[in-house]
Design a protein around this ligand. Sequence first.
Ligand code: HEC
Length: 121
Amino acid sequence: MKKLMTLAVLISLGACSDRDDEVTVPEPDGAEHYALYCAGCHDPGPGHGGTMLLAEKGAPVPSLIGREDLQYDYLHAVVRNGLIEMPPFRPTELSDQEIEEIYEHIMSQELPANAGNPASS
Ligand code: HEC
């Protein structure tokens, strides 16, 4: 009987730690979503369509990283609706929370010193 109890305790402990594992599996964060969905077009420097286009339009900081005027509501609207050549992202691709995390990642980054305006070089 005692053995059985021990077994039951062990099994329930096992079940608990299983659940813990699921919770601690890291979800992709803002940095990863930015890298996956935005960096290709918006990273600093030449070769990034969004950065190049915004530079041509005369943006002082053409990449998203390094922008200090970027408002969350504006970024959210652009991501949801697209903007001219930028494709929109549906909620099944990026949730509102994921967009917010991307925004926080962008705002937390400093522009690398060597990543000036590609149009001005
Ligand atoms: C396929 C390339 C592409 C991808 C991917 C892309 N963008 Fe863009 N984005 C653009 C282009 C091009 C523009 C400039 C549109 C214009 O003004 O003509 C732009 C503009 C923007 C603007 C407006 C900037 C301004 O100053 O008005 C924001 C904000 C933005 N993108 C955020 C994002 C975010 C966040 C992601 C990732 C979820 C993303 N973009 C993914 C191409 C892209």
